[in-house]
Design a protein. Structure first.
Length: 134
């Protein structure tokens, strides 16, 4: 009993760290998928933000990413989503343009300040680039 009482807090800490890091991996994958959806949406001709297309906007592209994340219970702010529709892509010696979407998400750990995780927070990043169709 005494040995179990000594080891139990360590076992609980290890289990919580495993669960927390598993959630981090899951959320990182969701951010990658959300960035991919935003880049795909941005690369379509009707979503080019240009004077000839006044109905398209960066806010629409950001909303696609926010909606994807909210379906998985992740709250991302529009300020944490970067959209670049003129990202240079080198293909066969020529330069094409692509849409790049970067999503950042600050995540709090379950166990802040354990020594293993000193800040209690990490920033997860999802990034995707699609070649523009315009």
């Amino acid at each position: 009993m005494v040995e179990f009482a000594i080891v139990l807090p360590l076992l609980v800490l290890i289990i919580l760290l495993i669960v927390d890091l598993s959630w981090c991996l899951r959320e990182c994958q969701i951010l990658e998928n959300a960035a991919r959806e935003g880049a795909r949406y941005s690369s379509i001709d009707r979503n080019q933000v240009a004077p000839k297309n006044p109905s398209a906007s960066i806010a629409n592209i950001q909303q696609v990413v926010i909606s994807y994340c909210s379906q998985e219970n992740i709250t991302v702010q529009a300020a944490n989503i970067s959209v670049t529709q003129t990202f240079p892509l080198n293909v066969g010696g020529s330069v094409l343009h692509g849409s790049e979407v970067i999503v950042t998400y600050p995540r709090q750990f379950l166990i802040p300040g354990t020594g293993l995780l000193p800040s209690g927070q990490m920033t997860l990043v999802g990034r995707a680039v699609f070649r523009n169709q315009y």
